[in-house]
Every structure is written in C-alpha cells, then in structure tokens.
Design a binder for this molecule. Structure first.
Ligand SMILES: Nc1ncnc2c1ncn2[C@@H]1O[C@H](COP(=O)(O)OP(=O)(O)OP(=O)(O)O)[C@@H](O)[C@H]1O
Length: 726
C-alpha cells in the first residue's frame, strides 16, 4: 500500500492500518516545519529534552544484561577493520554504474531463462520441429555482401531468435569463392527485445567486437531482410545439451573433463578480449558440424548477454550491486548474478562449474523450485551447497575446480591454466570424446611461436595449480560456502569524540521501560536497536542530537502503522526499528532529526524496487529491520546523504563492504533475516572528521568487544542479528 502525494485523512489511514498487509508502504508527506507547529502527543510530553551528559564516563548498573562504558583499553580484536587514515582511501569518485552503463549499450537484451525442457533434436527437419511460437522466415536470404542462401531446416530456437541452415545457391561463378557453402542463419525479429535502440541486435555488436576469438563462431555477414535481422555465421552441430540427452542424460568424467578443459580455453580467450559471456550453460556450448574435422571441437554461442568487463584502457568495470537486476539462466547462474552484482569473469566460471556438474549428474540440487520466488530459493540453495556437498560423488578435480570458482573475487584474474591442469589426469587415455588437446592443435595450426607460448601456458598451469589455494591478496583462500549456515550478531562501530554510550541486551518487553527511563534521565537517547530470539538489544547514547523520543513495542505487528502515523503528526520521525521472530516490533521515534519527510515499507522480499523509486525521489534509507523473513525499510528526505547503496547477500558481504568503503561509503544501516544480511552504505554530505568504521560478527552479543571499542573511541552505531554464514 502506498500513499503518494498529500497525506490521506487520519481516518482513512486508520482504516488501512487495521488491514494486516504483508507488503505495504506508508508515507508521511508533511514537512518538518509544519509538523513542529502541531501538538505534542501525550507520550511525547513525558520525554525530556536532550540532557547534558556529553564527554562523561558512566559506570555501573548491577543488572547482568546491562553493560556500561568502561575505561579499560583492550587490544583490538577487529574482525572487519577499516581505517581510512591508514589506507589513504581516495574519496573523490562516485560513478558506481558509469563504466557498467558504458559497457552495456542501450537496448541490450535482458532475459531470465530456464533451460529448455525439450531441446529440438539436432538434424530433425524444420517442419517436424515447428512450434506455435515459431515465425515464418523467407525462403532465401542475402544480407550485406553475402551470397544468396537458401533457408533450409531449422537448427535451433532460443528466446530471441531461430537458427536455420543456410545453403549457398550453387553457381559456377562461385566455385572458388572461399565463403562457406553452408552456414547458420540466425533470424531475430525486428521487434525482438534483443535489439538495440538502432534496431540492430545487441549480439551483432558483440560478435563484431570479438572478431576471430578462439572457440567463438565467426559472424560472416549481417543485415536485415523484411522484418528480420539476420546474422550469417559458422555452421555448428549439436549442443552439449543434445549430447547429454543422447547419452542417457549423464556423461562420463572423462567426457566432462575434456569439456571443462576446452571450455576454460574458450572462456580465457573471450575474457582476454574484455568480455564475459553471461549465460554459460550446456545449451550454449555447441560441437562442430557432424562429419566434419570440427565435429569434436567445442564452441560457445549466444552472446546476447555478453558484457564488457574491461574498458578500452584495460581497467576493470566498477563493482556494483542491484539486487533486482538478474540476467542469465536461473539453473546455472552464479550467486553473484542472482544477487545482481556487476558481471565479471568469476560468474562465467561458476556457471561453468554448475554446467559440468549438471552434465555429470544429470541434476543440480536446486532444480525443482517453482513460483515467483524461484530465483531466491535457488540462490539460497546454491549458497547452502559447499563444493564438498555438490561434488561428493565426484573426483578431486571437479571438487577443487568448484571450490576455487565459488570463492573468486570480483576482479580476480582466474588461473585458467591451473584449472585446465587440474583436469589433465582424467583425460590421459586416447581416444578423447572432445578435442581438448587444443593447445597442441592450435600450436600446429598457428606455428611454433604460438606453440611456445602455449608451452609457457602449460608450465604456468602447474605453477598456478599450487597457487590455487591462495587468493588475489596472497592470503589463503577463505571458503565462502561452508554448507553450514549460521546466524551471528553484526555490530557496527563509528569513531566519535568521547561520549556516554550504554547498551542493554536480552531485554524482555517488560524490562524495556526501566532501561529507557533510566537512559532518558541520564540524558541518553536510543540510537540503535536490535533483536535476537525475541529479546531486544538497546543502544542509548548522548550523541544522537535528538530532542525528544518515544518508543513502542507492538506485539505481533510489524510495524504499528496507526501509532507511527500519530507520531508523525506530532513531529516525530522513526529513528530506530527492530523486529522479532514473532513479528513484534520495537519502533523508536524522535524529534530533533533533520528529516523533512518519511516513508516506510514492510515487505516479504527485500524491497529493492521500492528503494530505487524512493532514491529517485531524494529519499534515503534511515532505518532497516527484519522480523522473521520480513523486511521493513524506512526512508527519509533530507537524511544528509549524497549517495547510498545496499549490499545484500546470503552471508556477511565482506567483499562488497570493503569495495564500498574504498569508494567512501560507510555502513549506516544493517539488518538480517535467518537467510540474508542487508547492509545500507551511504556517503554523507558532510564527511565526519574521522571516518573510521569497524564491524564485528559474533555468535553472542559483543558485550566485551563493545568495551574494547569504546576504549578506542569507537561507538556502536548499528546492531542486527541474522544470517552471516553460508
Ligand atoms: N552457429 C550455429 N550452428 C548451428 N546451430 C546453432 C548455431 N547457433 C545457434 N544454434 C542453435 O540455435 C539455438 C538457439 O541459438 P541461440 O542460443 O544463439 O539463440 P537465442 O535466441 O539467443 O537463445 P537463448 O534464448 O538461449 O538466448 C542454439 O541452442 C543451437 O541449438
């Protein structure tokens, strides 16, 4: 539910609040100034103005769950530590998507596909394959300077086009013409979503840019005829999917090892040109035409989702995450693709690992999910599967390869040669079902010099193999997916001049009032709240700048809309929210903020679409919370941020946080469900004097750690409990 424009009358809002909605938005559209003129509600009158209490050290309550400021300084236990002074962080840029947009021409095809249930059998006549959604194509074509091709049987069909066999019309004049006599003709209707603004398919741009690339068929001609964009390309044979079907829906390890080695060579060549494929799957690997010398050679087709990951100067595209931006095929997509992270080489390799395991086992553990939430469920399952679990029936090379590609960093150079070398022991015996000694073949074709280079490559492979366990930073590679999901406390600390801060945890609803009253009487306001196992955590300090504060614990109601609307009317804004597993909410509202307008949304899925809409309207996220698997996001105008982004993952998104920190973002909100962690990162309009920020993940409430941080003038700014480990 949304309330755009002027606020609705109170009665209407009340009626709407009475309706329990799983997914609704509520907005307060009055200005701060206007509201300040209004009456203060009963609860508010009881609350004091901000007390003195800055620069004091408070000691002692004797309640066990209460912890106070300590002057003891203990050595740093930093789990996630960042100090911009130490790292000399550049603070200038914010073109998060700039490079990505540049690498992604307008009109690029965007698709979400599931694998074909019944692939068209290779070699079957077009008439027998014809389905309802096929379109009639002209009997012959001539595009660009191409010869005339008769359109023969259909070879295949995808979401964007149909591919037909094209036979050149025999003519004495063309006897010595080197152009191929048989080609594949890919027809794409002009109205296809795969077409750019200029009306040409995006895929043409990629094929043109790639030119002659190892393992990629060549585009010979392109042009339009009637309603069709037509690409004339190398004729190829059956796909790996066809092969897998023909072989009884299982391929041997030797077969798949050959595929792995050759596919890695192809991907290395593609990546070397600055492109990632974006849709690696069995259907997109084709063999050469049957009966030709290329019949056992592997090719990679369908470049409609390919993306540039390097610019013309060789710089890697910038990291970004748009959690609702998924491209690819759900079954084979990398978890990073599911989570909407900028595509990079690691995604192709992770998809290749899933492709190989599918060809071996005939099934992946995340098959069978259905419905609107399929992408989320598949990704959650992927994150819960370690390489050991996925490869428990497989030999070491497959397990190792899967483990390595699962933990690649965003811009890490994959060690292709080492990965190829992993599979070598499986393909020693001859004959090999797929030509995988391509290094030798290519060497023979292209001469000694390149052969020597490939020898260097093979040497490099052995050396790199030893390095596979080492990440790009020279540190032993961390296994990101352990297969044992777990929840932890996430605590965030900001540098601040010495101030009084107090925390309470394991607080039952009945004890809340005592703590809050005591804090308020000491001049402290609630700055952050959290919840674990239906017990609340409360952070109160003297650095909020609030002038008055009220709170409410609503039982089995996430969030108490009617109460919030009333407090909005009285000039209070939501400044902290937490939710419990039983869907109770603790909502804190304060006066003295700079906000001019506020809006919130409760949703069963992470509401990124709504967040983006609000960002466009100059709102920024000022609170985020969860109750069970539900999310509540509060966004405010005049929040004091110039940019904001979100990191969402099925574990604590360390890599994303470090990249954002390097760009000048700092964590300004955190929340976690039993499945996912979300961190909100913002760039303040006015940078604080000291931007040091640290985060911790601990299985119990970090009571001792907080004291250690206080000793370094680091104060709790956010707290959440939920999924951090996969
Ligand atoms: N060069 C080729 N030679 C022979 N068959 C081909 C060739 N290119 C594609 N095909 C066949 O046509 C099918 C569809 O081609 P392609 O994947 O390029 O189309 P698409 O519409 O972009 O598909 P998708 O929906 O998977 O993106 C392939 O799966 C394959 O069976």
């Amino acid at each position: 539910m949304e309330q755009p424009g002027p606020r609705r009358p109170r009665l209407a809002a009340k009626a709407a609040a009475a309706k329990i909605a799983a997914d609704f938005e509520c907005a307060n559209n009055r200005t701060n100034a206007k509201r300040k003129a209004g009456a203060t509600p009963r609860t508010a009158r009881k609350t004091p103005l901000k007390g003195p209490g800055v620069n004091t050290v408070h000691t002692g309550s004797n309640r066990s769950s209460d912890e106070q400021v300590s002057e003891n300084s203990v050595e740093d236990i930093g789990d996630e530590t960042f100090d911009p002074r130490a790292k000399n962080v550049p603070r200038t840029e914010s073109p998060r998507c700039k490079k990505r947009r540049a690498a992604q021409p307008a009109g690029m095809k965007v698709k979400v596909t599931t694998p074909r249930a019944k692939p068209a059998p290779a070699g079957a006549p077009a008439a027998a394959e014809e389905e309802d959604d096929s379109f009639p194509v002209p009997p012959k074509v001539q595009v660009g300077n191409s010869p005339v091709y008769l359109v023969d049987r259909r070879l295949g069909k995808g979401g964007f086009g149909q591919v037909f066999l094209g036979k050149r019309i025999p003519s004495k004049r063309l006897v010595n013409d080197p152009k191929p006599a048989q080609v594949a003709l890919k027809f794409e209707h002009k109205s296809s979503k795969g077409c750019c603004a200029n009306g040409n398919p995006y895929e043409w741009t990629v094929y043109s840019a790639l030119g002659d690339t190892y393992g990629v068929p060549r585009m010979h001609f392109k042009g339009t005829e009637g309603d069709f964009n037509i690409m004339v390309m190398d004729l190829l044979g059956p796909s790996l999917w066809d092969l897998w079907s023909k072989e009884g829906q299982k391929l041997t390890e030797k077969y798949v090892a050959c595929i792995a080695m050759e596919a890695l060579q192809i991907l290395e060549a593609l990546h070397a040109k600055g492109w990632v494929h974006g849709d690696v799957k069995p259907e997109n690997f084709l063999l050469g035409p049957p009966g030709t010398p290329q019949a056992d050679k592997l090719y990679l087709v369908d470049l409609g989702l390919a993306m540039k990951y390097k610019d013309t100067r060789g710089a890697h595209v910038k990291y970004d995450q748009k959690p609702d931006d998924f491209r690819g095929t759900i079954r084979y997509a990398s978890v990073h693709a599911h989570l909407g992270r900028t595509a990079s080489r690691r995604d192709d390799l992770e998809s290749l690992a899933y492709t190989l395991l599918f060809l071996l086992d005939g099934r992946l553990p995340w098959q069978g999910f259905q419905g609107d939430n399929k992408g989320f469920q598949v990704c959650r399952k992927k994150m819960g599967c370690s390489a050991e679990v996925l490869c428990k029936e497989r030999t070491e090379p497959f397990r190792k390869f899967t483990e390595v590609v699962m933990s690649l960093k965003f811009d890490e150079d994959p060690k292709y040669a080492a990965c190829i070398a992993l599979f070598e022991p499986l393909v020693l015996t001859i004959p090999r079902p797929i030509a995988c000694d391509s290094a030798i073949k290519v060497g023979q074709k292209r001469g000694r010099q390149e052969m020597a280079e490939l020898d260097v490559g093979q040497k490099r492979g052995r050396q790199e193999m030893a390095e596979l366990d080492v990440g790009a930073d020279g540190q032993p590679r961390k296994r990101l997916r352990s297969g044992y999901p777990g929840c932890q406390w996430i605590s965030v600390y900001n540098k601040h001049k010495p101030m009084k801060q107090r925390y309470h945890y394991n607080v039952g609803a009945t004890r809340m009032e005592v703590h809050v009253k005591k804090g308020l009487s000491d001049g402290l306001f609630i700055s952050a709240v959290g919840c674990a196992a239906d017990l609340w955590a409360l952070i109160m300090d003297a650095g909020t700048g609030f002038t008055a504060q009220i709170y409410k614990v609503s039982h089995n109601l996430f969030l108490p809309k009617e109460w919030i609307v009333e407090q909005w009317d009285a000039g209070f804004y939501i400044t902290a929210v937490a939710g419990s597993t039983s869907h109770s909410a603790l909502v804190v509202m304060s006066q003295g903020t700079k906000y001019t307008q506020q809006s919130y949304k409760v949703s069963d899925v992470f509401p990124f679409e709504w967040i983006k809409k609000k960002w466009r309207e100059n709102f920024h996220i000022t609170c985020i919370a969860t109750a069970g698997s539900q999310w509540a996001v509060v966004m405010s105008r005049a929040a004091g941020y110039m940019a904001q982004c979100v990191e969402l993952d099925f574990l604590y998104p360390s890599e994303g946080v470090h990249r954002r920190w390097d760009e000048g973002f700092r964590i300004t909100g955190c929340a976690a469900t039993p499945d996912q962690t979300a961190l909100v990162l913002s760039k303040p309009r006015k940078a604080p004097a000291d931007e040091t920020q640290e985060t911790l993940r601990t299985t119990t409430f970090p009571s001792q750690h907080v004291k250690d941080k206080w000793a370094k003038d680091l104060y709790l700014s956010g707290i959440a409990f939920g999924r951090t480990v996969s």
